[in-house]
Design a protein around this ligand. Structure first.
Ligand code: ZN
Ligand code: ZN
Length: 350
């Protein structure tokens, strides 16, 4: 059902057919909440969809609105929704797990085999995203917060929870030496989280000057150029207890392996391309490395929202600029170009 109003929505149909379109404003059904978008962040996956109408194996097959990092204001409530009020600012958890598969029943909802994660073309029909003026969510996806919460940081609750989950996978970080390879949004947020978790030394490596500068602002102990020769990185940094692969690049994984102590822990957060075979995988065996994957997040979302709301973390250094929804393409073009931004956001303009 829709109401009589129309709204702006960013839509991608093909590599060339993309931009802001008008759509009817939806009406919430039972258990649903209509959200008026305040801010939506642009993520790496959104950039892939924008550039090539696909993200990895997920091809866009119908008009698709990206965006899974959003916050907004409760606009209307469907029947049976309790505990929320119209006008409340809310973080939105994009995860829509089934609650019925074996992983959900085990409490590992992030591994749900039937997740309708918003802003993903992994399923058909696609799970539409939140880069639009209004969108529907389930009641349980809303995390109401005080009005004065900074909305751009609140929109980072999703990537922050991805970073917190990866740190959770790494285990106890108290007193540990942690290296984050890759200074995009997730890498920077992981650096903030690692400090919070008591790591004694946090280093971040990235090939771009921009990322290394942001890393200094978020409080890493040292940031280095990842393109330096390995020997030089070893000399400067020493070995680590935990390495996070947050670049999604084979050389980054190779660095993680080389710069770990024996019995060290690798957590891979980045999505790697098909391997060319240069990383020394035998070192994983010989060093008894604990190689762990990390996929999305679960309870960390609430934790992330609480940290942002309480002001215990300041995510503002990663915010590199915002654009009105009608000019979202400009934000995407800048993101595609790369090198000048960490997190770009799109704002509602009315
Ligand atoms: Zn994201
Ligand atoms: Zn499930």
């Amino acid at each position: 059902m829709t109401d009589a109003r129309t709204m702006l929505s960013f839509s991608i149909e093909t590599e060339t057919k993309k931009g802001v379109i008008e759509q009817p404003v939806p009406v919430p059904g039972p258990g649903e909440v209509l959200i008026k978008m305040s801010v939506v962040g642009i993520c790496g996956s959104d950039i892939h969809y924008y550039r090539s109408a696909a993200c990895g194996a997920f091809q866009i097959r119908e008009a698709f609105t990206p965006g899974h990092e959003a916050c907004g204001v409760v606009e209307a409530l469907g029947d049976g929704v309790t505990g929320l009020e119209v006008g409340q600012l809310s973080a939105i958890n994009p995860s829509r797990t089934c609650g019925e598969c074996s992983h959900c029943l085990d409490g590992d909802n992030h591994l749900c085999t039937n997740n309708g994660f918003m802003g993903s073309a992994s399923r058909f029909p696609h799970s539409q995203g939140m880069m639009k003026e209004y969108f529907l969510v389930k009641q349980g996806q809303c995390y109401p917060v005080p009005d004065e919460t900074p909305v751009e940081q609140l929109a980072c609750a999703e990537p922050f929870s991805v970073a917190l989950h990866a740190l959770q996978r790494a285990g106890n970080l108290f007193g540990k030496r942690v290296l984050i390879v890759g200074g995009g949004t997730i890498g920077q947020l992981a650096a903030i989280g690692a400090k919070l978790a008591g790591a004694s030394f946090v280093a971040l490596s990235d090939p771009t000057e921009h990322a290394r500068t942001v890393a200094q602002q978020v409080g890493v102990d040292v940031s280095v150029d990842s393109l330096l020769p390995l020997d030089q990185k070893l000399d400067t940094l020493g070995l680590f207890d935990v390495c996070l692969e947050a670049a999604g690049a084979e050389p980054a994984l190779a660095d993680c392996i080389e710069l770990l102590k024996r019995k060290g822990v690798i957590v891979q957060i980045g999505t790697l391309p098909i391997m060319q075979g240069r990383a020394n995988f035998n070192a994983i065996m010989a060093k008894e490395l604990d190689y762990r994957g990390s996929f999305r997040f679960h309870q960390e979302f609430r934790h992330a929202v609480e940290l942002i709301v309480s002001g215990k973390v300041d995510l503002s250094p990663i915010l590199s600029g915002s654009y009105p929804l009608s000019q979202a393409s400009k934000a995407f073009d800048r993101a595609v170009e790369g090198g000048t931004a960490t997190k770009l956001t799109v704002l509602a303009e009315r």
